[in-house]
Design a protein around this ligand. Structure first.
Ligand SMILES: [Zn+2]
Ligand SMILES: [Zn+2]
Length: 557
């Protein structure tokens, strides 16, 4: 039979920018197309994308993209991919609701058809027969994909957990996976590795409900501001439910929370009666114990609703002693300091703050080792590639599969840019068919390389010093005085004095060089100015800002 390849364009090495291309001779089916949020090593970047260069000369082969669920790391790069090629996007109604909004904002919705998938649907996408199964995760309506290919069935777990008491009673469909493992059998499993290094099982979303209830009881007379991820509709449901039982009205704070609540209520995924909802503007008209505000901003993003309220600058919410803030989330690594500062600010305003360290106010949407074992047992795959994780997660997941008895040659550890090829003989790994680079956007510009970041880090940390020297080339003389301007280098009075001192140092030193040596080239002068300015700045201040020499070389007749 004809071979089938899977090229990992992102998501194997980081948690984010998930994207894979499943490919036959004639067709490519994309599986997710998400973004990665840049870290401090990429200052100023907005969004990191999968390396889509592999698709550059294969645009006509793309027959569609399956979106497994509505998280940004699975849908956030669709707008970029649609600039390459037009293709239909498949997903559940909720996922497509969020996809539609993003593509509308990017003004690119016209380049795709959105095709709705329901639990259990089987549909032909080109030559691939795809069956979609319900899966439990921290966003509603996620889908496991069972993709029938010329080389057998590929099962993609999506982001998943095994919650015995999911809020919407929609469990991960292990029974169907077991059936598929027997008939026709699962040739290749691609499975979520996020929590593969954590023993045991994740707590049920219902357990979080118990903790939230306790938190509400402890703060009965207070106004409650509960923050969670805006896409975590089940968490919102639990918070709203408890608040309503306590006789509180619900208001939402933050644009994404308002939009997601509206969408989820329209789709009947979130059940809050209109009579319980008030506008955030009207919160001030109610006593503290009559209101619960459900907010975004758990990661203390600089302009997020909660961070703004914590800094006392919100036009919607004035935080004070009557407020209890519940952070129903985990800290995404890298955000801890910022979140700590927000908690400090909230407390300085008099609010009490409860977060996941105190009570079990959050549970992960990703299964831990016990849950992974259950899924592996049900799927009983012939071949396995761990996906969705940093490298350490992929390794831990491989080890788990080996412990469970999979023969080592049937578990392949791939990373971004790698391709695996399924043939009649089995699965082989082809390293780096594409660079596995990290293209990113800043503003409306797409950048392929990272040359800009070392410069930007120096500018961010040290600032820059610009030194302008005008030279009369005919007479080998400096014209006028050199001019020094700095930005972000030093503050206060230091800067003015040092700029003047540097101007004098440059005048003396460059004039000396000009007198000593006839016919200095512009390049030599540039170097000289940079060296003089650099060593002056370093010896006077112990700092290394970027030095930008500008030499005007004038030839007079
Ligand atoms: Zn997810
Ligand atoms: Zn994910």
């Amino acid at each position: 039979m004809q071979k089938v390849s899977i090229t990992f364009l992102g998501g194997l090495g980081d948690i984010g920018r998930n994207c894979a291309a499943i490919e036959t001779e004639e067709q490519i089916l994309l599986l997710d197309c998400g973004q990665l949020f840049p870290d401090e090593l990429m200052p100023g970047a907005h969004s990191v994308l999968p390396d889509l260069s592999y698709l550059e000369d294969k645009k006509d082969k793309i027959i569609g993209c399956i979106t497994t669920h509505a998280h940004e790391d699975h849908i956030g790069a669709l707008s970029q991919a649609l600039k390459y090629a037009e293709f239909p996007i498949y997903g559940s109604l909720f996922t497509l609701g969020l996809v539609r909004r993003r593509l509308q904002e990017a003004q690119i919705l016209h380049r795709c058809e959105l095709i709705e998938i329901q639990d259990g649907d089987v549909c032909d996408i080109g030559d691939f027969k795809c069956e979609f199964l319900p899966v439990t995760h921290s966003v509603p309506s996620g889908l496991i994909s069972a993709i029938s290919t010329p080389q057998g069935l590929i099962l993609h777990s999506s982001d998943f957990k095994l919650d015995l008491e999911p809020i919407d009673s929609r469990s991960t469909d292990l029974n169907r996976i077991t059936e598929l493992s027997k008939n026709p059998g699962i040739r290749l499993l691609l499975c979520d590795s996020t929590n593969s290094d954590i023993p045991g099982r994740s707590a049920s979303e219902s357990d979080v409900g118990d903790s939230l209830r306790k938190a509400f009881e402890l703060n009965r007379g207070q106004r409650i501001i509960a923050a969670c991820f805006a896409s975590h509709v089940h968490r919102v449901q639990q918070i709203a439910q408890i608040a309503i039982e306590e006789g509180r009205k619900i208001a939402t704070l933050g644009l994404s929370m308002k939009r997601n609540v509206t969408l989820a209520r329209e789709l009947d995924l979130l059940k809050i009666n209109e009579s319980h909802i008030i506008d955030i503007e009207d919160v001030k008209d109610y006593s503290a114990h009559e209101v619960c505000v459900i907010s975004t901003g758990t990661q203390a993003e600089p302009r997020s609703a909660l961070a703004v309220a914590a800094s006392g600058e919100s036009r919607w919410l004035t935080i004070g002693e009557k407020d209890s803030v519940i952070l129903s989330s985990r800290s995404i690594p890298g955000n801890e300091d910022r979140i700590g500062r927000m908690i400090n600010n909230l407390m300085k305003l008099g609010a009490s703050v409860l977060y996941a360290d105190h009570l079990e106010l959050h549970t992960s949407g990703h299964g831990q080792q016990e849950e992974l074992r259950v899924l592996h047992s049900a799927a009983n795959p012939e071949w396995f590639v761990p996906v969705h994780g940093e490298y350490r997660h992929l390794v831990a997941h491989r080890d788990l599969a080996l412990e469970m008895g999979m023969p080592p040659e049937t578990v392949l550890l791939a990373t971004d840019g790698d391709q695996v090829e399924l043939t009649d003989e089995g699965l082989t790994l082809i390293k780096k068919v594409t660079s596995g680079g990290y293209p990113f956007t800043q503003g409306s510009i797409l950048e392929e390389t990272h040359q800009i970041f070392p410069e930007r880090r120096i500018l961010g940390n040290e600032g820059c010093v610009i030194a302008l020297v005008v030279v009369d080339a005919t007479r080998n003389l400096i014209v006028g005085d050199p001019k020094v301007i700095s930005r972000g280098w030093l503050g206060g009075d230091h800067v003015t004095k040092l700029e003047i001192d540097l101007e004098e140092a440059l005048k003396e030193s460059i004039q000396k060089s000009l007198s000593a040596q006839n016919e200095l080239t512009v390049e030599q002068l540039h170097k000289k100015v940079r060296r003089v300015a650099g060593s002056f700045v370093n010896s006077q201040t112990g700092r290394r800002p970027m030095i930008l020499p500008i030499v005007e070389y004038l030839e007079f007749d």
